[in-house]
Each structure stands twice: as structure tokens, then as C-alpha cells.
Design a protein around this ligand. Structure first.
Ligand code: DON
Length: 307
């Protein structure tokens, strides 16, 4: 008997394959050289079963999909109050690279936009950790979510860092409000390394499944973070994960999610499944065009909308 889900996934990919709308992320020159036609999707169930179709073993950089996981590490390492003092949980309604700081305090509105993610990066690991140690903590943590050792794409990292003027400007603003308390350039360098971690769509589905599974990686059995942290992270993904398209996503798809500018997209359904897609062309919000279509299809076909 042929497995049903791979056939379903193959058909779903075929349905979106002809859509070549959207653009590669040109503001990171190395990403503009990616093969725009790559396409893959994976379902990871909570018993550790992986169903996939398309380019499931192709590596690409995690980019903003690292943000919910690093936020989880910051919450786990520092506790809720110290993190909430520095990063809010309100949707910004603005693009991911807008400054979006709370008036007065200078606190970034949420940890999914760059301002909040740069701050969350600075809060990973114990207080006083040096920038290199912090990057190590973040790579170790992302690897635990994926269930395998992850590496950095140095070419993408260098390319982004050479053009990181916007993130550097945001970090300097954060420093001026004492939201960051150290050298802004060193924090941005660490954050860019975090974004340059290489993953496959399969890794991303396992990372999402770890969130769906209350913080326990379904492959390794490791409790990566505790349940209250997962609840916080999934709540922020639900409200802020798709940036200024979060409302459209909540109504059409209804799954806590996060996108990345290399073309990855994850969704985590608590108690059910982790889903990931990969297709590099992006819409105006920086979300994968075919990834969004696939999730709309999955949500409607399988009744996955949580609301
Ligand atoms: O900081 C940046 O701009 C990139 N490293 C990540 C942005 C990103 O992935 C936005 N999401 N779709």
C-alpha cells in the first residue's frame, strides 16, 4: 500500500509549482543567487514520523525562523520578567525591518520583528556571556530543536553583515534606550550568525514539531524548553509571526507560524504536528509566496485552523 501523506504532499506541491510570482530577497546579495524554483514540504508528527515531498534535503539559511527559537532560549535562560522588560508581545502592523519601538521605553514591540529579535539574541545565555559564547548557546539551542548539529553558512553571513546598515541602525537605537547594554555591532554580528544557520525543510518541520510537542523534540526525546516557554512562543508566533500579514494569515490559515527571507516557513499546531515548507520567492511582506499557498491548502484540506 502506498503511503497517503507523501502522495498528498506531492499533489500539493504540483498545485503551486506554476506560481512563479514574488522575488528573491535581494537585500542580502548572497540570497539573490538562490535557485528560485526549489520547492519542498514536510509534516513531522509528534511520534517522530516524517512525511515529505520535493526538495526536503536542500540546505538554506534559517533567517527569521530562528527568531521564535532564540526567543524561547532567552525566556528559558533569563526567565519571563527580564525578557518582557526588554521585548513586548504586541503586533507591530509594520514590516519586519521597521524600527517599531514602544514610545517612551524604546522596547521593541515583539520578538518576531528584527528590533525584537536582535534584543532577544542579546538575552540568550546567562548574563555576562561574551558574544561568541552567546552565538554558541544559540547554535546549540537551535540544534537541540532540530535534533541534529547545525552549521553556519559563512558566505550568507558575510554577505548580510556587509549590508546590515538597517539592523545596525536599529541596534544603535536600542543601545540609546539601554535596551541593549553592550556594543550594538557585536550583537548584530551574533544575530546575523543566528540567521545564517543552515537548515533543511525537514529540520524546520522537526523544530516546529518540538514546539507542537510542548518543547520535547519528537526525534531525540530531549526536553529543549519547558511548556510555559512554548506557550509564550506560540502565542507570539500566532499574533506576530507573519509580520504585517499576521491578520490575513490568522484568518486564512490559523496556525502559529514563522517565515524567513530565504524562503522557509513553519507552522506548529499544539498537540498535533509541525509543518514546514520551502520556496524562495517572497511576497511584499517577506513571506514565501508558494509557502503561504501551501499552508492555506493544508489548513483548509485538513481542518487545521485553530480558531
Ligand atoms: O535581519 C534580517 O533582515 C534577516 N537576517 C532576516 C529577516 C527575515 O527573515 C524576515 N522574514 N521573512
Amino acid at each position: 500500500m502506498r503511503p497517503i501523506i507523501p502522495d498528498y504532499l506531492t499533489d500539493a506541491l504540483a498545485d503551486v509549482e506554476s506560481d512563479v510570482s514574488g522575488e528573491l530577497a535581494a537585500y542580502i546579495p548572497e540570497l539573490a543567487g538562490a535557485d528560485p524554483d526549489r520547492l519542498g514540504a514536510v509534516f513531522a508528527t509528534l511520534d517522530g514520523t516524517i512525511y515529505g515531498a520535493g526538495d526536503i534535503d536542500h540546505e538554506f539559511t534559517i533567517q527569521s525562523i530562528s527568531k521564535p527559537f532564540t526567543y524561547a532560549l532567552a525566556l528559558a535562560d533569563r526567565g519571563f520578567h527580564p525578557v518582557l522588560d526588554k521585548v513586548g508581545v504586541e503586533p507591530s502592523g509594520e514590516a519586519f525591518n521597521q524600527i517599531s519601538l514602544e514610545r517612551g521605553s524604546g522596547r521593541p514591540l515583539n520578538p518576531m520583528i528584527n528590533a525584537g529579535a536582535i534584543t532577544a539574541h542579546s538575552l540568550a545565555g546567562p548574563p555576562g556571556l561574551d558574544p561568541a559564547g552567546r552565538v554558541e548557546r544559540v547554535i546549540d539551542g537551535l540544534s537541540a530543536f532540530a535534533g541534529r548539529r547545525l552549521a553556519i553558512d559563512e558566505a550568507v553571513c558575510a554577505s548580510e553583515m556587509r549590508h546590515a546598515h538597517r539592523n545596525l541602525a536599529i541596534a544603535h537605537m536600542l543601545r540609546s534606550y539601554d535596551i541593549l547594554t553592550e556594543d550594538p555591532t557585536a550583537v548584530v554580528e551574533g544575530y546575523v550568525r543566528q540567521c545564517s544557520v543552515l537548515v533543511t525543510v525537514r529540520d524546520l518541520a522537526v523544530m516546529a514539531a518540538t514546539l507542537a510537542n510542548g518543547g520535547v523534540n519528537p526525534l531525540s526525546g530531549e526536553q529543549v524548553v519547558h511548556r510555559p516557554v512554548v506557550r509564550q512562543v506560540l502565542s507570539v508566533m500566532a499574533t506576530c509571526g507573519m509580520y504585517d500579514a499576521a491578520g490575513d494569515w490568522a484568518t486564512h490559515v490559523g496556525i502559529p507560524a514563522k517565515s524567513g527571507v530565504a524562503g522557509g516557513l513553519i507552522g506548529a499546531l499544539p498537540g498535533q504536528i509541525g509543518i514546514a515548507t520551502f520556496s524562495p520567492r517572497l511576497d511584499a511582506h517577506g513571506n514565501s509566496v508558494r509557502g503561504v499557498s501551501l499552508f492555506e491548502q493544508f489548513s483548509s484540506d485538513a481542518g487545521l485552523h485553530v480558531m
